[in-house]
Design a protein around this ligand. Structure first.
Ligand SMILES: NC(=O)c1ccc[n+]([C@@H]2O[C@H](COP(=O)([O-])OP(=O)(O)OC[C@H]3O[C@@H](n4cnc5c(N)ncnc54)[C@H](O)[C@@H]3O)[C@@H](O)[C@H]2O)c1
Ligand SMILES: N[C@@H](CCO)C(=O)O
Ligand code: NA
Length: 435
């Protein structure tokens, strides 16, 4: 029997406490599967967490004690953020420790540099919990789909955002009420604007894209749009047209580069992914050999995320004595084998659009809108016009367009907004068939 693997856990919040609790419950079976004992050598936590029991464990208030503890083999970083966390991970790597992290911000923004450092020191960085919580999507992309050229992937990869959209649609809750609930349940980031403005999803998207397309992490190149401007009437009108609004991260291989985008999206309601609700996440991956595959599960929460953290601990533990080149590379390929980061400019992305126009109830509006669209090569595929709620009130006109490039659509929208018969900004949301 190989010697026990010694684990140091930094951060005892939602995920840290969840990890301790799952290990306390399932540790024996996990160790049996791993083929070696798992010992929690040290915990680094600012304060005790009443949700877990550390009375039998060695706890330090200084997380850097864990990074320099010669008895720790694997440092599990669960503090979040990109400043102290980066310093902690760098220090631990320089001290020869393997890293397990749930921190997508850290990997997305500093992964290129940290992978390089880890390679120099012959250690690995595992980050399954960083994307889609408990769903083993990193392992699927990096190992299960290794025989494929991934064509595209699309995912609901922020549990908080999906929870908010679901609560708004199903229970008529306000955006703010639903967000407060997601925070109380431990789903939201320390700064919840990361969730609602799409930053967290962008972090996760680039991590998946780097694995799917063997490219360096390119967080600064993701087009990012959040859900904070989605209102309940758009959710309702989308339903009338047979669609659901979901916040998607999409990465697609094209001849001109890789599309990397996060934005609210109308999806046909018959698609499985359109029916992924609450905190659940789902990622669709289209491989050239396998075809479409779908991964579904809890994208956030203490024990669901702990499931991924523990899977990583076991992966690292199983290859603790292996030579670095015998391990699955953290980036999916050796860093020298990564291709370029040619990302398609947003102006060139082609999709259909949902447009909502607030129009005065006067003859001729529709023909003016149709002419503007047709001048840009855009046709109108569906249209619904609602009754004004009161005499003189504005009429919501909802349009689904044909596929158009972003630049043409922008031009059409700006012309529609200048019409005398139209008030305010046109609401526009991309539409994807995902078929
Ligand atoms: N909550 C989830 O569902 C979830 C899911 C997947 C990934 N993540 C990621 O996991 C990480 C942790 O998230 P969380 O939800 O557990 O956050 P959290 O805020 O609940 O926990 C973080 C803990 O780290 C501690 N901490 C921060 N800086 C510290 C320092 N310098 N020294 C000692 N302790 C320090 C905090 O006091 C807190 O207890 C983040 O990177 C997050 O993005 C969270
Ligand atoms: N805040 C994140 C946690 C999981 O990464 C979410 O809501 O999806
Ligand atoms: Na995961």
């Amino acid at each position: 029997m190989p010697r026990a693997v010694r684990i140091g856990i930094c951060g005892l919040g939602t995920v840290g406490s969840g990890t301790l609790n799952v290990l306390a419950r399932n540790g024996r079976e996990v160790a049996a599967r791993c083929g070696r004992a798992l010992v929690i050598e040290q915990i680094g936590a600012r304060r005790d967490n009443p949700n877990c029991d550390t009375s039998q464990l060695s706890v330090t208030r200084d997380i850097f004690d864990v990074a320099s503890n010669p008895s720790v083999d694997i440092l599990v970083e669960l503090i979040g953020g990109t400043t102290v966390a980066k310093e902690l991970v760098r220090t631990a790597i320089e001290n020869g420790k393997h890293i397990v992290t749930a921190n997508k911000a850290l990997i997305a923004e500093h992964g290129n540099e940290l992978f390089e450092l880890a390679a120099q020191h012959g250690v690995t960085i595992a980050y399954e919990a960083a994307v889609a919580g408990g769903i083993p999507i990193i392992k699927s992309l990096r190992e299960g789909l290794v025989g494929n050229q991934v064509q595209w992937l699309a995912g609901i990869i922020n549990g908080t955002g999906n929870y908010i959209l679901t609560e708004m649609r199903e229970k008529g809750r306000s955006f703010d009420q639903a967000l407060a609930q997601a925070q109380a349940l431990g789903y939201a980031e320390a700064d919840p604007t990361f969730d609602v403005e799409g930053i967290d999803a962008a972090h996760k998207l680039v991590i998946m894209a780097s694995l799917a397309f063997a490219m360096p992490l390119a967080f600064d190149k993701v087009y990012t749009e959040g859900i904070s401007r989605i209102c309940s009437e758009d959710i309702r009108y989308a339903e009338e047209l047979g669609y659901r609004i979901k916040h998607l991260g999409i990465a697609r291989r094209t001849d001109k580069g890789v599309e990397l985008r996060v934005h609210p999206t109308l999806i046909p309601e018959r698609r499985l992914i359109a029916n992924v609700n609450g905190v659940m996440n789902a990622v669709l991956v289209e491989g050239d050999a396998v075809g479409p595959t779908l991964y579904y599960g809890a994208g956030a929460g203490d024990e669901a995320t702990a499931s991924a953290v523990i899977a990583d601990i076991v992966d690292v533990a199983r290859t603790l004595e292996a030579k670095p080149e015998q391990r699955v590379p953290a980036a999916g390929v050796a860093l020298a084998e990564q291709g370029g980061t040619q990302v398609l400019p947003e102006e060139d992305v082609i999709t259909s659009y949902y447009l909502r126009i607030a129009a005065h109830d006067k003859p001729g509006v529709m023909s003016q809108v149709a002419t503007i669209c047709s001048d840009q090569g855009i046709s109108i595929e569906a249209l619904i016009q609602h009754e004004p709620v009161a005499a003189e009130a504005l009429v919501p006109v909802v349009i689904l367009t044909s596929r158009a490039d972003e630049a043409s659509l922008r031009l059409a929208v700006s012309q529609i907004e200048t019409l005398d018969t139209v008030e305010g900004e046109v609401v526009r949301i991309r539409v994807e068939s995902l078929g």
